[in-house]
Each structure stands twice: as C-alpha cells, then as structure tokens.
Design a protein around this ligand. Structure first.
Ligand SMILES: [Fe+2]
Length: 299
C-alpha cells in the first residue's frame, strides 16, 4: 500500500506470489476441493466462474492491504459463492432465452441452497456461508433473497459481489456475448454506490488497470496484440505479444514491451488504440492462457 501511496506501483512479483499462494491453499482445502470437483463435473462454466471470482477477490483483497490469512478466507468465500447452482437444473442454468417467473425464482434459490450446502460441510470457514447466502444482495436493498441493505452486508460479500459482476458480464454465455473489460468497467461504475460498494468498485478498477493481462488490443497502426503483462508504473504501456499484422493476417509472434518502444515500424507513434472482444479475428484468448503466455489474469 505504501508503494502505491508513493506512486511506485505494486511489487508485481510479490503480489503474484501472494495470489498464487492463496489460490493454492484455497484449493488444498479438502472440503472446498471436493465441492468444486462436483461442480466442475456438472457445470463447467460455473466452476470456471467460481475460480475467477476466487482469484479476482484475492487480488482485490491484496490491493486493499489484507493479510494472507484473511485473503485465504476471502478466496475460499469467492470459490464457494455459487455452490448452490449445483442444485439448479442445467436446462435453467443454460437456458438461452429469458427465464419464466417460476424459473427465475428457482434460479434465485441458489443463494439459500448454497448456504445449506456449505452449512452441512463441517470444516468450511463460516464467513463463506454468509457470502454464498448474500452475494446477490444489493446495498440499496433491491437484491435477494432477503433484501438486506448497506450495513447488513459483510465486507467479504461486498467484494465478491463486485468481482462476480465483473466476471459475469465479461464471460461468453449461451444468452449473452461477453463484454470487453472497458464495457464491464462502465457497468460497474453505473452500479457503484447503488447495488455495489462504490469504494470497492473504484479499488477493483484500479487493481485491474486499464488494459489487464489477457486483453486483446488493436494498436495505432492496426496491428492486433494480446496484453501479457501489465507494467504497474505505466499502465497504458503493458508488455504485449503481436499476433496479427495491420491487414489482420497472422504474423510471427513477437513480444513487445510498449514501455520501451515509442514508434511503430513505420515511425509513427505506437500505442494501444482499442480493446477488442475475445474471438475477434478468430483469436481465442484461452489458447494463449493454455500455452502459458499470459502469466496471470489480474496482476
Ligand atoms: Fe450467484
């Protein structure tokens, strides 16, 4: 926190180690692992989403200056938050169109069902039960299942609600195409201070940066690149890997540190022009994650 206060940015290596240590220890929790495996076998999307929420929560907690034991509990709460979806029929979870009123009520019951599942698991951190039950509550009282307001919603639940919203809107689903990082930030900002905790929204955006690792970007000269590492000192100039030439044809992959390069090959100023949706020009970000090119999603 001091590093940020003095304008030096975070120690990326240290932060990365803290996050991965927490993710590992959360994954080693046998009860959590068992539940997650069951969820993964049934519903791949929800288990992937839960893992993202776990990582984003830890990253945000870390950015807020929480200590490691607290981060473990937070990560676990993120990982378990949607466990109630195990009890929701898959045809409702994956329904492409609008849900009927009845289906919606069933869908919403995943919050209370999550609480029940976790309560019957003996060794789970009790705060995770609260998060599973309350992660769809809104600060303005418009949420479910209990219509809690402001002070009734715990800090961990507020954190999970912010990162859950971010991951849900950026994901591709049968009923929606995933939105870009910038669009998701727009949505978070709109909900800030209404449904979501304004302070946390601000901190989360700050912690993700403008072009987080894993963003597909178009350069000023029309080349297409993938952000692989954020430079905490120069967030607009991350390290990227060039994928397509200006005509959008594949080109030999080349890693470029934008913080070190001012001009493009034709001598024009070189910068990121826009964020592209995953899948644009047939590029699938997942493939690069699998190849290990993107070091970490959030830091
Ligand atoms: Fe949920």
């Amino acid at each position: 926190m001091d590093e940020i206060r003095f304008g030096r940015g975070v120690d990326i290596q240290l932060a990365r180690e803290a996050v991965s240590e927490c993710v590992e220890s959360v994954c080693r929790n046998p009860d959590a692992m068992l539940l997650l495996t069951q969820l993964k076998n049934r519903d791949e999307y929800t288990s992937e989403h839960s893992m993202n929420v776990c990582i984003f929560s830890i990253a945000l907690g870390r950015h807020l200056g929480m200590a490691v034991p607290e981060l473990r509990n937070l990560g676990l709460s993120g990982l378990m938050h949607d466990m109630g979806k195990m009890k929701i029929p898959l045809e409702i979870l994956n329904k492409p169109g609008r849900l009927t009123e009845e289906e919606m009520a069933l869908m919403k019951s995943h919050a209370a069902r999550g609480r029940d599942i976790l309560m019957s698991s003996r060794s789970i951190y009790p705060g995770a039960i609260d998060v599973a039950h309350a992660h769809h509550e809104n600060l303005d009282g418009t949420g479910y299942p209990r219509g809690l307001t402001d002070t009734q919603i715990s800090p961990f639940t507020r954190i999970v609600a912010v990162v859950d919203t971010y991951d849900a809107v950026t994901s591709d689903r049968v009923y929606q195409a995933g939105r870009t990082h910038m669009e998701a930030i727009g949505i978070l900002n709109k909900e800030s201070g209404k449904r979501l905790d304004g302070e946390l929204v601000m901190k989360f955006i700050e912690c993700l940066g403008i072009y987080p690792a894993g963003s597909l970007v178009e350069m000023s000269n029309e080349e297409v690149a993938l952000v692989i590492e954020v430079n905490p000192q120069q967030k607009l100039k991350p390290k990227v890997i060039m994928l397509l030439d200006p005509d959008k044809n594949p080109r030999p992959h080349r890693v470029v540190d934008l913080a070190k390069i001012d001009l493009d090959p034709s001598g024009q100023p070189y910068r990121i022009k826009a964020i592209l949706k995953n899948g644009t020009y047939g590029l699938d970000i997942k493939r690069y994650y699998q190849q290990g090119l993107i070091q970490t999603a959030v830091l």
